[in-house]
Design a protein around this ligand. Structure first.
Ligand code: ADP
Length: 500
């Protein structure tokens, strides 16, 4: 067992801060790296040491394996935490760390390679009797073969990149004509995004939920699941809201699918924290889709309902310790909800919105956690991921967590850019969400964008009335009237100002 006394964090933003906090809790020296774009970032200030990586482009900074390894050696880092995104699921990076005697806080290169290759992974899952989505048995290179497989699986089908991630490289086709059109486009998109064009075909499941399991496995082969997260609220197949527990998972399902998830991690000889993702249909069937070989964005939800610090556990497992609890010792208590605050305009198809933040107000209070890199006067860059903050609330039950989220969202202000806060405010009060009636097409199915626009129009109207009444109250007639101060006050407070 090799005790870790310093960790280089090969990432930026809120996740770099999250890892720095875990290091401080454990008395470990934290070392950050940054691009020129980030030289004023908070992760640079908070870490014990910070080193420049290079220019703003990720390809010249956060994705440069050589530079990161060089800095790790120069600074004497015992270990590297990759966060999520960037190099977190890059098996070459994990391998390079090993070659240089640096502990990689994550899975082995081998497990990462298997998890990253969705087709190989599916094959292993089938052998381990983990249920998977019906579709092609391997990569489909030939268009005619694709047509035959789709016919057999039945339309609609999804074309997926075998190396995809984050919702990219996925296309839905509803008939043969579309399949022929989209096959080449999807191949090219996959090649551009992931360097390889391999596609596979999956039956498109309708009215489904995305439910995933947090996993942890140590080098002695102990595997645990830390229960499920419900991640069905998505836009463009990317998660917007996550929560734990799922409204449709009872104790029996939790244990049964949890056991399948652990079996999946054993089949890959997985190491450290990871996530097994499933799609669940209305009949309660669970289909495995993939293992994400990293710490997930939404890990705080699990931390709040289990009381476990996943980053600390990652570090303990990476230095060879056994997981310090048995499956039966774990308990899921209360409910946690996470809203992803992205620098995007939900009123304009989630287009990126970047720039200077003159001011912001970060919510706080009982049951409120905010993981963010924002501060008044910071800059939101267009070079990187659009996730700028994670707002997580905890309550004794779903409703307490939800009401806390509603209140925290109303406190959260970010000036200078557009964010996803308005869509969260709409969802958190929407009746289907409140009743747990959700699926991966929730946003389209319940016209959430339209509801968000209506909500904004009502808010504008309220503000317009208030402005008009404020002006009218200044008028000579009002001043000359004999209205008592109490009556004037009532008029001022009422929505219409009493003039309509
Ligand atoms: P990625 O690795 O890009 O995140 P996933 O395979 O995890 O892609 O799928 C992302 C999302 O796409 C899922 O949460 C779900 O909403 C949708 N999806 C994926 N596969 C299917 C399928 N076979 N049928 C219906 N929806 C799917």
């Amino acid at each position: 067992m090799s005790k870790i006394s310093s960790i280089l964090i090969a990432n930026r933003g809120e996740i770099a801060l999250r890892v720095i906090r875990a290091c401080k809790d454990l008395g470990i020296k934290s070392i950050s790296v940054y691009s020129d774009e980030d030289n004023r970032s908070i992760h640079v200030k908070r870490a014990d040491e910070s080193y420049r990586l290079g220019p703003a482009q990720a390809s010249e900074s956060y994705l440069c394996i050589d530079k990161i390894i060089e800095i790790a050696k120069l600074s004497g880092a015992d270990a590297i935490h990759p966060g999520y995104g960037f190099l977190s699921e890059n098996e070459l990076f994990s391998e390079e760390c090993k070659k240089n005697d640096i502990i990689f806080i994550g899975p082995t290169a081998k497990a990462m390679e298997l998890a990253g290759d969705k087709m190989k992974c599916k094959e292993i899952m089938k052998k381990a009797e983990v249920p998977t989505v019906p579709g092609s048995d391997g990569v489909v290179e030939d268009m005619e073969l694709a047509v035959d497989i789709a016919k057999e699986a039945g339309y609609p089908v999804m074309l997926k990149s075998a190396y995809g991630g984050g919702g990219r490289g996925i296309r839905l086709v509803t008939n043969e004509k579309e399949l022929r059109q989209e096959f080449e486009l999807a191949s090219n998109e996959s090649k551009a995004a992931f360097g390889k064009s391999a596609l596979f075909i999956e039956k498109y499941l309708t009215n489904i939920r995305h439910i995933e399991y947090q996993l942890l496995r140590d080098s002695s082969g102990n595997g645990r699941h830390l229960f499920e997260r419900e991640c069905s609220i998505q836009r463009r197949h990317q998660k917007l809201i996550e929560m734990s527990p799922s409204p449709v998972v009872n104790k029996e399902i939790r244990e049964k699918v949890g056991e399948i998830a652990v079996r999946a991690s054993t089949a890959l000889d997985y190491l450290n924290a990871g996530t097994a993702e499933f799609l669940s249909d209305s009949k309660g069937n669970f289909y495995f889709i993939e293992i994400n070989a990293r710490l997930q964005v939404e890990h705080p939800v699990t931390e709040l309902v289990t009381g476990k610090d996943l980053v600390k556990l990652q570090i303990q497992v990476a230095q060879g310790e056994e997981i310090p609890f048995k499956q039966k010792d774990l308990e899921l208590k209360g409910c946690a909800i996470e809203c992803r605050i992205n620098s995007e305009d939900p009123f304009y198809d989630f287009t990126p919105s970047v720039g200077y933040i003159p001011n912001c107000n970060i919510p706080s209070g009982p049951g409120v956690r905010v993981d963010t890199y924002l501060y008044p006067g910071c800059n939101v860059s267009g070079y990187y991921d659009s996730l700028i903050a994670k707002l997580i609330t905890y309550g004794g039950d779903f409703n307490e967590a939800r009401v806390r989220m509603k209140n925290a969202l109303s406190e959260f202000t970010i000036e200078g850019i557009n964010t996803t806060i308005p869509i969260h405010k709409t969802i958190i009060e929407e009746s289907n969400f409140i009743n747990g009636n959700i699926s991966t097409d929730y946003i389209e199915k319940y016209n959430i964008i339209e509801k968000m626009k209506q909500k904004r129009n009502h808010e504008y109207e309220d503000k317009a009335y208030a402005a008009i009444s404020a002006i009218l109250l200044q008028s000579e007639y009002v001043k000359k009237s004999n209205l008592s101060p109490q009556r004037l006050n009532r008029i001022q407070k009422s929505k219409s100002g009493g003039f309509y």
